[in-house]
Write a protein that binds this ligand. Structure first.
Ligand code: NAD
Ligand code: WQD
Length: 337
């Protein structure tokens, strides 16, 4: 099976961990990333951890000429498409930038893939396409209804992929809906390095534990959940990375969609307590109002991926947070330290 995989957004958080697993499995990797939300140091870390050097192409996917050059220079056999903008709040403030970047990048990629007769694609979708879910845990067949421009770009790209695959039987597309990816490589030398104030819970909690920020704000303790705080399906980034390899190995004609989650929920207070246990540090917090757009609970039904991809996410919350803490404590200021 190994061949040459183009990993768009491969310098980013999930992409870099996936590159590690691909290289370890014997694939050649070409990373295409404009470094708008990542660092070239992540590519160096991938090489150090695996002993294999991925090719690195600094390109903006919205520039079709530049991306075309990547297809000219490398004999790409399949693509994993992570590149894109992902901050929910930013997407509400700058919708056009989100629609333009995420959609145009994907149009360019699909065009070039067809032109170069590359028809295998794994795409990073998100549980955010379900919006406020009608049933829990959430199966792939549940109603979709994203509540922000970022989520709508994901659902639009899914629809585009379904139409493209329906029009030409050579396409084999796997749409992966991630739940809440957290954690880091167990070496502590590759992890999530958000720019500015983290939007997501775990990076924020880690920055409080390491002393970079004073206090976590818990967005509501009056949700309809066992302890009143929000419940999510956190998944270790390496389990997620391995899900991409499973998706590539099991890719089938047409376009199929899979939830990648554990099916197990953890609350904000569970994350705080477990972080305190694994780090030995106190995590100071205050309960504040709910964050606009939040939901009480998000939980995957991962049974389709378990059955069809022969893949299961089994790393526990303790392992996720211990690995995140190792990364944060070894690199308090991310790749710059
Ligand atoms: P990330 O920001 O760390 O990685 C995305 C990478 O894409 C970055 O390295 C960035 O520099 C690059 N990029 C952005 N725009 C680009 C462009 N126009 N051209 C080239 N490169 C570009 O994010 P991540 O958390 O690793 O997420 C990867 C993918 O997974 C994204 O598509 C995201 O929407 C999706 N996803 C993430 C989560 C999450 O919670 N992290 C959840 C569900 C889905
Ligand atoms: C988790 C829980 C918050 C921060 C987001 C995107 C989603 C996907 C994953 C890309 C919630 C609470 C958080 C804080 C808190 N990304 N929280 N204080 O909202 O489930 O999902 O990331 O596709 O699209 O919406 O993740 O990590 O932001 O929040 O109390 O400072 O932590 O209310 O209950 P979320 P999150």
């Amino acid at each position: 099976m190994p061949g040459t995989i183009l990993v768009t957004g491969g310098a980013g958080y999930i992409g870099s961990h996936t590159c590690v697993r691909l290289l370890e499995r014997g694939f050649e990797v070409v990373v295409a990333d404009d470094l708008s939300n990542s660092s070239a140091a992540a590519v160096d870390a991938i090489a150090r951890l695996t002993g294999c050097q991925p090719s690195f192409e600094q390109v903006d996917l919205t520039d079709i000429e530049a991306l075309g050059g990547v297809f000219e220079r490398h004999a790409i056999e399949a693509v994993i498409h992570f590149a894109g903008l992902k901050a929910v709040g930013e997407s509400v403030a700058e919708p056009l930038r989100y629609y333009r970047t995420n959609l145009l990048s994907t149009f360019n990629l699909l065009d070039l893939m067809a032109r170069h007769e590359v028809f295998d694609l794994v795409f990073s979708s998100s549980a955010t396409v379900y919006g406020d879910p009608e049933q829990l845990p959430i199966p792939e067949g549940a109603a979709t209804g994203p509540t922000n421009p970022y989520g709508r770009t994901k659902l639009m790209i899914e629809d585009i992929c379904r139409d493209v695959a329906a029009a030409d039987p050579r396409w084999r597309i796997s749409l992966l809906r991630y739940f809440n990816p957290v954690g880091a490589h167990p070496s502590g030398d590759l992890g999530e390095d958000p720019r500015g104030v983290p939007n997501n819970l775990v990076p924020f909690v880690m920055q409080v534990a390491v002393g970079r920020r004073d206090q976590l704000r818990v967005f509501g303790a009056d949700w309809d959940t066992p302890d009143g705080s929000g419940v999510r399906d956190y998944i270790h980034v390496l389990d997620l990375a391995e899900g991409h390899l499973a998706a590539l190995e099991h890719i089938d004609a047409g376009c199929d969609v899979f939830n990648l989650g554990t099916g197990v929920g953890a609350s904000v207070f569970d994350v705080i307590k477990t972080t305190e246990n694994v780090s030995g540090k106190a995590v100071s917090y205050e309960v504040v109002d709910r964050r606009p757009g939040d939901i009480a609970t998000s939980l995957a039904d991962p049974s389709k991926a378990i059955r069809d991809l022969e893949w299961r996410a089994d790393r526990s919350l303790e392992v996720m947070l211990a690995d995140a803490w190792r990364w944060q404590s070894r690199h308090p200021n991310g790749f710059d330290s």
